[in-house]
Design a protein around this ligand. Structure first.
Ligand SMILES: NC(=O)c1ccc[n+]([C@@H]2O[C@H](COP(=O)([O-])OP(=O)(O)OC[C@H]3O[C@@H](n4cnc5c(N)ncnc54)[C@H](O)[C@@H]3O)[C@@H](O)[C@H]2O)c1
Ligand SMILES: O=c1ccn([C@@H]2O[C@H](COP(=O)(O)OP(=O)(O)O[C@H]3O[C@H](CO)[C@@H](O)[C@H](O)[C@H]3O)[C@@H](O)[C@H]2O)c(=O)[nH]1
Length: 463
């Protein structure tokens, strides 16, 4: 099928490349010319495991093209994905101005032939109908430009062009760091909308993925497709993220109690996770949740509830537990080192989770700010940030090129991101290089006994 994906960030580029990989003809549109130039040369503007490989093979097979020309993308696609960002506004609601611009732009460029317009961006509940309205506004704008100079006589008809389309909500559930894997191995596909024709085309589009042709385990039953109304699909996305974020806040609260009573939260998580009603995932206690989705989506849902006269108390608590949790490493540092002024603290990891280059709402950024405020010097080593130009965007932190240079002279280390390679560092050597061999394991990632044997004072979260 002919597909156009508008917005080539973590979601849009992965979606475009994966759909091209399974045989669709894809045009990716982005209004960032730099990105388009990079992608045309076969390079991914983001770090996402496996993405460059499928992008390059799709380029070679001429299944994917990149452009900044929205009109060309709209003309090409039978299915048009909106995958632009919806970042948070200071009030907590999401900023939908990019979706708005794209929806109008689609309307202005509709050129005949039926199209399915797919909301893949995470958008406030009710956005499906809003997008439909904006597309029609765009159509009307375009129609005005078709009126010949001098206007038309009342008995003349305006030139017509078809604007036959339906809007579908198709929320995305991929995780950064495993986005390609998640796209080929989804737990479910949600399609919201009331047009059978549009839902039918979407089923056709996703058929190879539904049939597990690109799955790690091809013997699994087909991927469930959940067809719903527009608002329910939009709500499913927010509810899923809010549930997962709340689950993490829950285990972090338990961890804080464990710290006080001398229990080990990693064992507690195992013990409760074996109950199939609870499940063992998303019970990793640590320095709190961050990233480009959980914080903004939970805030947006609280805001929506507020708009409709309902106070989302549980969600507000999940957020406040998280805000406190994001400072837990600071508390632990103060407990061990007392005065932080004049001390040097080394951060192992900067990104909000491993295997991504994304620093949006990363807990490390809070920590750097707070440590600076208290007069500490902050250094960091992150496998991806240390290698890329990303470090130039950071302030208040000296980014080192390896873990040993990081350890040199530090009064304490904080493990912020559980990059796999942090499990095999030469901690014996690192401990010797430090002024005080203290490590705060903000992700409960390291083996406490091994760290003590390496010469460290080890402090975990709730263990
Ligand atoms: N990042 C994730 O893991 C994830 C997962 C699920 C859902 N989502 C949702 O998907 C959406 C996209 O998120 P993201 O992280 O990929 O965003 P992103 O910021 O990485 O990418 C957005 C892209 O859209 C482009 N863009 C903005 N305005 C445009 C326009 N008018 N025309 C063409 N391109 C335009 C930007 O240049 C950018 O490349 C958001 O709503 C987000 O909440 C994100
Ligand atoms: O047990 C856990 C699991 C995660 N986290 C933290 O939670 C945040 C989010 O992690 P994760 O969910 O793995 O990454 P994201 O890429 O943000 O993915 C989430 O947000 C996406 C954007 O909406 C959704 O598509 C995904 O389904 C949803 O998992 C990170 O800061 C993690 O460190 C924990 O602290 N403990």
């Amino acid at each position: 099928m002919r597909v156009c994906v508008i917005g080539t960030g973590y979601v849009g580029l992965v979606t475009g490349a994966c759909l091209a990989h399974i045989g669709h003809d894809v045009i990716c549109v982005d209004n960032n010319e730099e990105k388009v130039k990079l992608m045309k040369s076969g390079q991914s503007p983001i770090f996402e495991p496996g993405l460059s490989e499928i992008m390059q093979s799709a380029i070679q097979a001429e299944k994917i093209h990149f452009t900044s020309d929205l009109a060309a993308g709209v003309a090409h696609g039978e299915v048009l994905f909106i995958a632009v960002g919806t970042p948070p506004l200071p009030t907590g609601e999401s900023d939908t101005r990019y979706v708005e611009a794209v929806a109008r732009g689609i309307g202005e460029n509709l050129n005949g032939g039926y199209k399915v317009i797919v909301n893949k961006s995470t958008v406030p509940i009710g956005s499906g109908d809003w997008v439909r309205m904006l597309v029609l506004d765009g159509v009307a704008e375009r129609q005005k430009t078709l009126v010949p100079a001098g206007g038309v006589a009342s008995n003349e008809k305006l030139p017509e062009f078809a604007a036959e389309f339906d809007v579908i909500s198709n929320p995305e559930f991929l995780r950064e760091g495993s986005a390609v894997h998640d796209t080929f191995n989804p737990d479910r596909i949600v399609l919201g909308g009331n047009s059978q024709r549009a839902v039918g085309l979407m089923r056709q589009l996703y058929a190879p993925i539904v049939e597990r042709k690109y799955a790690v385990d091809q013997s699994l039953p087909p991927v469930p497709i959940l067809a719903t109304d527009l608002s329910s699909a939009e709500m499913i996305k927010y509810a899923a993220n809010a549930f997962l974020a709340t689950k993490i806040s829950f285990i972090n609260e338990v961890a804080n109690i464990c710290d006080r009573v001398g229990a080990d939260v990693t064992q507690v998580a195992k013990g409760i996770g074996l109950d199939s009603r609870i499940g063992n995932k998303f019970l990793q206690a640590g320095i709190g949740w961050g990233g480009s989705c959980f914080p903004k989506d939970v805030s947006a849902l609280i805001h929506t509830a507020d708009d409709y006269g309902y106070e989302a108390q549980l969600l507000k608590s999940a957020v406040s537990v998280n805000e406190r949790q994001r400072l837990i490493a600071l508390e632990k540092l103060q407990k061990v080192l007392k005065i932080l002024k004049g001390k040097t603290i080394g951060l192992l990891g900067l990104t909000f989770k491993p295997d991504t280059d994304d620093l949006r709402d990363a807990p490390a950024l809070n920590l750097i700010e707070q440590l600076n405020r208290l007069g500490a010097k902050v250094k960091a080593f992150d496998p991806i940030v240390s290698q890329t130009g990303l470090r130039h965007g950071l302030s208040g932190v000296l980014v080192e090129t390896d873990a040993e240079r990081l350890a040199d002279g530090c009064d304490a280390l904080v493990l912020v991101t559980e990059w796999q390679q942090f499990s095999t560092l030469d901690y014996v050597k690192m401990a010797k290089l430090m002024a005080h061999p203290v490590i705060i394991d903000g992700r409960n990632f390291l083996d406490p006994e091994a760290m003590i044997r390496a010469g460290f004072q080890y402090v975990g979260v709730g263990r």
